[in-house]
Ligand binder design. Structure first.
Ligand code: CA
Length: 483
């Protein structure tokens, strides 16, 4: 509690006993390619400004590199080994009917908890988490032409009696281009409309702040399709965008582990196989434009906090649901595995009066840590269901260490992979009943992108033994059973 009192003491503008609000901003499929993470190309002035008044977690990891399982793990404060949810489409109450989620914990402790946009995965919201039903924009994600093409495609399929697959080639996404620049206003599209709604909610709240809020605002970009207003495309010259330098699969890795999803390939006009260089540049262009579009929406929220005075007593968290591949290891528009690029996400935390303002930290952080962190920052009673650790010591002192390791899961080809990221290593065990366990090992200093598995190198025998013991101490063998 000493740390907490110290934080509050530093937040001079927060009245005694007053609860801090939480603005939780989520972004979909955004890897840490931001100015505040050192990227020289992207234009992210608003997130960089948030970093200037917060702490950037450079080593933050999600518990599964897939939208819904990652979000359910973060929002429930539980590891996937506990949620039992490793796939898209399954609501959290399926496996955990009685749990209290993070936003629900805030609601139960007197907060106005609201969800706007994509917080839980589309279509599987959790009413018990929120004070009012989740809000979703009715604005389109893409242009009128694309909307018309999609309607026509769906109508034709229906007329022919074809039932479109939910995913894969020929699915509903087959009429949507992978990227699109539209000459329109921000609010003409889904994410801009979501920001407008969130701004209204914040302004409305500021008029009558009768109880603290926990607002989740989730943007759909830069998830493929990379569609944003033209002005964000105009920020970049595709010819000058750097392409990945490691367009090969991780060497000496198990074949099934070194794969990624192909949902990007299901969109209209995406070539099969190796992409031509000009197309790669268009993809990167679209991805970066989509990041800048989200950045501008975050700017609107931050501006509103400032104008309404809510900035003084509102914690802002910016989080993305996993990392992303844009050509590295030949994977495009992909996450879906246990490597560094898929599991490492964006995390910026800004707390009024925090001492670490404008700094970044190498401390390992996990998405499951957010529930206990925000619970502590807001002075709520601890919830024994939350399995992560509070990051408050790191917010207090960026050199502090809370986690010895961060853990991520992924099921593949009947195996369940558990990845452990320590300060120096990425160690992965793939287990399958009746099959030999497959191991991956990467030294993060020498091989930051996991280009070559060194698990079979005898030089690392002792390292393997020690990492295996460390993993099993945290997650006994039962955690490895295929879901
Ligand atoms: Ca996602």
């Amino acid at each position: 509690m000493r740390t907490l009192l110290c934080l509050f003491a530093l937040a001079a503008s927060v009245a005694a006993g007053e609860k801090l609000n939480v603005l939780f901003i989520a972004s979909d499929d955004m890897r840490p390619q931001l100015g505040c993470y050192g990227d020289p190309v992207v234009k992210s002035p608003n997130l960089d400004a948030l970093a200037q008044r917060g702490l950037v977690f450079r080593r933050s990891y999600v518990q599964q590199a897939l939208c819904s399982p990652s979000r359910i793990s973060m929002l429930s404060g539980r590891y996937p080994a506990t949620t039992g949810i490793f796939e898209i489409g399954r609501p959290l109450r399926d496996t955990m009917p009685e749990i209290t989620t993070m936003p629900q914990h805030f609601k139960d402790n007197g907060y106005d908890a609201r969800s706007m946009g994509k917080i839980y995965h589309v279509g599987i919201d959790d009413d018990a988490s929120w004070t009012v039903p989740a809000w979703h924009s009715k604005k389109p994600r893409f242009s009128k032409e694309t909307a018309a093409a999609m309607s026509k495609y769906l109508a034709e399929a229906k007329a022919k009696g074809i039932e479109l697959p939910k995913k894969g080639k020929g699915s509903r996404t087959a009429a949507i281009p992978a990227f699109e620049s539209i000459d329109c206003e921000d609010a003409d599209l889904l994410d801009g409309d979501c920001a407008v709604h969130a701004v209204e909610q914040l302004r409305e709240y500021a008029k009558n702040p009768d109880k603290p809020f926990f607002f989740g605002v989730g943007f759909a970009n830069p998830h493929v399709p990379w569609i944003s207003p033209k002005k964000y495309w105009d920020l970049y010259d595709p010819a000058s965008l750097p392409l990945a330098g490691n367009e090969f699969l991780p060497k000496d890795a198990p074949k099934f582990a070194a794969t990624s999803g192909s949902d990007f390939r299901w969109y209209a006009g995406v070539p099969e196989g190796e992409l031509p260089e000009s197309y790669k540049r268009q993809c990167l262009h679209g991805y970066l434009a989509a990041i800048s579009y989200v950045d501008a929406q975050v700017g609107l929220l931050l501006q509103t906090l400032k104008e309404t005075g809510l900035e003084k007593n509102t914690i802002v968290v910016f989080w993305s649901d996993h990392g992303y591949y844009m050509g590295e290891h030949t994977w495009w528009g992909a996450k879906h595995n246990n490597y560094e690029g898929a599991t490492r996400n964006c995390l910026i935390i800004s707390v009024p009066g925090q001492p670490s303002v404008g700094q970044s930290t190498e401390a390992l952080a996990q998405s499951v840590d957010l529930a206990p962190t925000l619970t502590e920052l807001c002075g709520l009673p601890a919830n024994s269901g939350f399995q992560g650790k509070s990051l408050v010591p790191v917010i207090q002192d960026p050199a502090a260490v809370v986690n010895e390791a961060a853990f991520s899961w992924y099921p593949k080809s009947g195996y369940l992979g558990l990845a452990m990221r320590t300060h120096d290593w990425r160690y992965v065990e793939w287990t399958k009943p009746g099959a030999q366990t497959e191991i991956e090992l990467y030294h993060m200093g020498r091989d930051p992108q996991n280009d070559g598995n060194v698990a079979s190198n005898p030089e690392y025998g002792e390292v393997l033994k020690s990492l295996s013991a460390q993993m099993r101490q945290r997650f006994p063998v039962q955690a490895f059973v295929e879901p």
